[in-house]
Design a protein around this ligand. Structure first.
Ligand SMILES: C[S@@+](CC[C@H](N)C(=O)[O-])C[C@H]1O[C@@H](n2cnc3c(N)ncnc32)[C@H](O)[C@@H]1O
Length: 334
């Protein structure tokens, strides 16, 4: 390190951070972690399993060891615990679809300067305006692979005992509703999402055997009415898609729709009030620049403000998934 304690290493890392994503995607393409779990524990065995030159297999293995995705166990290659849990094909928590969800955006990330210079006028719905059912199906095979974990966490963290009906705003695959009704036998839910998405939601509800307790509503939450027979509401993982005015409006509509004494939970990619992180939330906000939407990263304080302005009481917040999601919640007066 330079005498001043200031050097270029962090900046060099930033300049080449894309190499880490590219390595990760290649390892997923070659099903490296699946082969390791299947017993390929040396470079030669992996080269054979992945049908690669041994030289390239060695390069990839060295990079994955350095990334902490692989480790040594008794002289053999093994998966790191998260790689073993989420990157092995056929395992219940396999999340390749989510890990590569944003891969098609890579070119646009590297065109960010050009896109920003064009100063195009953002639209409210952005990329969601012309979604087809097939696009929604591909999109939600990814969100489902990660959303089920978040949905389980929500049902474990939030006590919905005594609640009768959950409104799942922008519910996508229905991951939150599926887990909520499975956890609370007296609860029903309604997933509200854009009409093409709802076609896909129905498939996940049927697959999980909850179609009789979770209904669907094809609607645009920025413009359409909400059901008014609900005593709890959740809106998860769509916060950065919209700007302050839209999020405030949606929270206000939810407050109006809730029965007296009802509760609302906003689970979103929020940054701290001084906007210094988490990085992931900031990046989801920045991504909106590439989509043509008006969305951005919202702060925790802003989100609490939307609740308070809507009339919610007992407004509070807590970390939901560290570094990824935060939860703001409140109740409607009884
Ligand atoms: C990242 S997904 C999250 C899905 C689900 N809440 C979860 O956490 O698994 C965001 C969802 O918000 C939905 N959405 C975005 N804008 C919407 C709108 N204006 N009206 C209804 N749904 C919307 C999208 O279609 C998508 O299903």
């Amino acid at each position: 390190m330079a005498k001043s304690g200031i050097d270029t290493t962090r900046l060099q890392h930033l300049a080449r951070a894309y190499t880490e994503s590219a390595t990760f995607f290649a390892a997923l393409d070659f099903e490296l972690f699946t082969h390791v779990e299947g017993g390929a524990g040396s470079v030669a065995e992996l080269a054979d399993a992945m049908d690669l030159l041994e030289l390239d297999a060695e390069r990839l293995v060295t990079a994955c060891l350095s990334l902490g995705l692989l480790e040594w166990q008794n002289g053999r290659l093994a998966n790191a615990p998260d790689a073993a849990r989420f990157l092995v094909k056929g395992e219940p928590r396999y999340a390749e679809a989510w890990m590569t969800f944003t891969r098609p955006d890579v070119d646009n990330w590297f065109r960010m300067s050009e896109i920003m210079r064009s100063k195009r006028e953002p639209t409210v719905l952005g990329m969601y305006a012309d979604l087809t059912v097939d696009q929604a199906r591909a999109y939600h095979s990814a969100t489902y692979s990660i959303g089920m974990g978040a949905g389980r966490l929500f049902a474990r963290t939030v006590d919905l005992t005594g609640r009768k009906k959950l409104l799942d705003l922008g519910g996508g695959s229905g991951a939150y509703s599926i887990n909520a009704v499975k956890t609370y036998p007296d609860l029903e839910a309604v997933v509200l999402d854009l009409p093409p998405v709802i076609e896909v939601t129905k498939e996940y509800l049927a697959e999980n055997g909850v179609s009789d307790r979770v209904s669907t509503l094809g609607a645009d939450f920025t413009a359409d009415d909400f059901p008014d027979d609900v005593d709890c509401a959740v809106m998860a993982s769509n916060l950065p898609i919209y700007d302050e005015a839209v999020v405030a409006k949606v929270i206000k509509k939810a407050h109006e729709a809730l029965l007296p004494g009802g509760e609302m939970h906003l689970v979103g990619e929020m940054v701290t009030d001084d906007r210094t992180g988490p990085l992931d939330a900031a990046m989801w906000g920045l991504f909106e620049a590439l989509t043509g939407g008006a969305g951005k990263a919202h702060t925790i304080g802003q989100c609490r403000g939307y609740f308070e302005a809507a009339g919610f009481e007992n407004v509070s917040d807590e970390v939901f998934v560290p570094g990824i999601l935060h939860r703001v919640f409140g109740t409607k007066a009884g």
